[in-house]
Design a protein around this ligand. Structure first.
Ligand SMILES: NC(=O)c1ccc[n+]([C@@H]2O[C@H](COP(=O)([O-])OP(=O)(O)OC[C@H]3O[C@@H](n4cnc5c(N)ncnc54)[C@H](O)[C@@H]3O)[C@@H](O)[C@H]2O)c1
Length: 322
C-alpha cells in the first residue's frame, strides 16, 4: 500500500481531535468511519462536524455541495469491529492514558486489517510503550496534530522503537497528501517536539502566576500581541536570528535568554520564590484555572471556537500570500 492508495480511514475516538481529523479526511475524499464509546459521544461528534463544515463554508473553503458530499463519506458507530472493517489507516484519538491506549491498541490489532497503519494522536506519550500491546508494532506510529487538525497544518510523525521506516514514510506521505505539513522526529521523546517545548512555556507561565508576577489574562495578552505574532510567521530559531545583530549566539548566550550568566542579578521574587514542587504546580494550576474561569464567565466558548477557526484560516491565507 502507498499513500495514494489510502481511501478508507477510521477515527477511533470522536472527541476534540477525533472529529476534526474526520473533517479533514472527508474533505479530502476519504471514506471515514468514526468510533466512540457511546451514542451521546457520537451525537457531540456530529454536532462539532456540522459546525466545522459551516465555518469552512463561511470562510469560502468549501461549497454547500462539497459539504454534502463530505458528510456522505462519514459514518459513525459504537461498534469498533465495524468501524475498523477493511480500513487502510486508523487515526486513534482516545484518552491520553497509557492503560487506555494499551486497551485500545489491543483491540485495533484484533479488528484492523494486518497491513493497516495504526496512528496515534497522542500529545506526549511514547509509541514504544503503546505499540507493545499489538502483534504489529512495526505498523504503529504517532501522528500528532495541533488543534484543530482540519485547519492547523503541522503533524509530528514519531516512530516508536519497533516502528518500521516504511510506516513512517507512508504516514508522512499520507499527511502531505492531506495538505498537512509532516515533520518526522528523529527520536521519540515525551511531548515529541513542540509539546516538549510548550511544557516549558506552561511551566514558566504557572510560575509567573503562582508568584504573583502577572495574571493569566495579562500573560495571554502579552504573549499573543508579542511573541505569538512573530511565531505565526517564523520558528523560534528564525526569530532568534533577527533578534540581535549578533544572531543566535547573541540571542541565546549573550545575556538575552540565558538568565544564568555570571553577572545576572535575580529579582526579589526569584530570590524569595519557594522551590518548585509538583504540589505547588498543582496549586498554581488551580489558581490559573480560577482566574481564567473568571475572565471567561460571560463568554460563549462555542463562539470563541468558531472565531478562532475563522481567524486561523485568515492567518493561513496571509502567510500563503506574498
Ligand atoms: N486537545 C488537543 O488539543 C489535542 C491536540 C493534539 C493531540 N491530542 C491528543 O488526542 C487524543 C484525544 O484528545 P482529545 O482532546 O480529543 O480528547 P477528548 O476527551 O476530547 O476525546 C477523547 C474521546 O475518546 C473517547 N473514548 C473514551 N474511551 C475510549 C475508548 N476506549 N476507545 C475509543 N474512544 C474512547 C471519548 O468518549 C472522547 O470522545 C489524546 O491522545 C490527546 O493527547 C489532543
Amino acid at each position: 500500500m502507498n499513500a495514494e492508495e489510502i481511501s478508507r480511514v477510521a477515527c477511533v475516538g470522536g472527541g476534540t481531535i477525533g472529529f476534526s481529523w474526520a473533517v479533514l479526511f472527508a474533505q479530502h475524499g476519504l471514506q471515514v468511519k468514526i468510533y466512540d464509546i457511546s451514542d451521546e459521544a457520537l451525537a457531540w461528534t456530529r454536532r462539532e462536524i456540522d459546525c466545522a463544515f459551516e465555518t469552512l463554508v463561511d470562510a469560502g473553503r468549501m461549497t454547500n455541495s462539497d459539504v454534502a458530499a463530505a458528510l456522505n463519506r462519514i459514518t459513525t458507530t459504537t461498534d469498533l469491529a465495524e468501524a475498523l472493517h477493511d480500513v487502510d489507516f486508523v487515526q486513534e484519538s482516545g484518552p491520553e492514558r497509557y492503560r487506555i491506549k494499551g486497551e485500545i491498541y489491543r483491540e485495533l490489532d484484533q479488528f484492523a486489517r494486518p497491513d493497516a497503519i495504526l496512528a496515534s494522536s497522542t500529545s506526549a506519550m511514547l509509541m514504544t510503550e503503546i505499540q507493545a500491546a499489538t502483534t504489529r508494532p512495526e505498523r504503529c506510529v504517532v501522528a500528532h496534530p495541533y488543534n484543530p487538525p482540519h485547519i492547523v497544518p503541522s503533524v509530528e510523525i514519531v516512530p516508536g522503537e519497533a516502528t518500521s521506516a516504511e510506516t513512517v514514510a507512508l504516514t508522512r506521505d499520507f499527511m502531505a497528501r492531506l495538505d498537512r505539513v509532516p515533520v518526522v522526529a528523529r527520536k521519540e521523546c515525551r511531548g515529541h517536539i513542540v509539546n516538549h517545548m510548550q511544557a516549558a512555556i506552561y511551566r514558566e507561565a504557572l510560575w509567573l502566576v503562582g508568584n504573583g508576577v502577572a495574571t493569566v489574562e495579562e500573560i495571554d495578552l502579552a504573549f499573543r500581541t508579542g511573541p505569538g505574532l512573530r511565531l505565526a510567521l517564523m520558528g523560534p530559531f528564525a526569530v532568534g536570528m533577527l533578534t540581535s545583530t549578533g544572531g543566535l549566539q547573541d540571542t541565546f548566550v549573550d545575556r538575552k535568554l540565558d538568565h544564568s550568566v555570571e553577572d545576572d542579578i535575580p529579582s526579589r521574587v526569584e530570590r524569595e520564590a519557594p522551590p518548585r514542587t509538583p504540589e505547588l504546580a498543582r496549586e498554581w494550576a488551580k489558581l490559573c484555572t480560577a482566574q481564567m474561569e473568571a475572565v471567561l464567565a460571560e463568554t460563549d466558548m462555542e463562539q470563541v471556537k468558531k472565531w478562532r477557526d475563522k481567524k486561523l484560516l485568515q492567518i493561513l491565507d496571509v502567510i500563503a500570500s506574498d
